[in-house]
Write a protein that binds this ligand. Sequence first.
Ligand code: FES
Ligand code: FES
Length: 157
Amino acid sequence: MEYVSVEVNGHTRVTYTDPATPLAVFLREELELRGTKIGCGNGECGACTVIMDGRAVCSCLVPLGRTDGREIDTVESLGDPDDLHPIQRKLVERGAFQCGFCTPGVVMSLVALLRGNPNPTDAEMRIALQGNLCRCSGYVKLLEAIGEIVREGLHER
Ligand code: FES
Ligand code: FES
């Protein structure tokens, strides 16, 4: 057991825990941030994607002990059902998803991409999202919606 101090969505969180606890489990169980999903639990599906120090990471693979002093953003940092982030609103409007399970991870990968590269090419978008699996293979609408997000500068809210 050890103390870990991590900033989550702008708030410092201190916990005394097994440092091997996956970040995804800490977010969901201790902080009750259940927007972050756990699918495979071994880094293959991307459902658990959050942003750590500016980079999209699979939070199921990050031991809590490695987050000490780091900044984490989860999907809850963006908006809520009554006040969606423009990226989220566009994805809903364009029918880019068929489920709520892969969605938070895709959104966080997309936000991480656009923070570092506001005008990604099609190839860069595909590479950024290659770790986020959609079992229904609904990638076409998603990529179309992302194209609109980029053209309309919606990530700059
Ligand atoms: Fe983390 Fe699948 S739950 S990659
Ligand atoms: Fe979520 Fe396909 S829309 S798995």
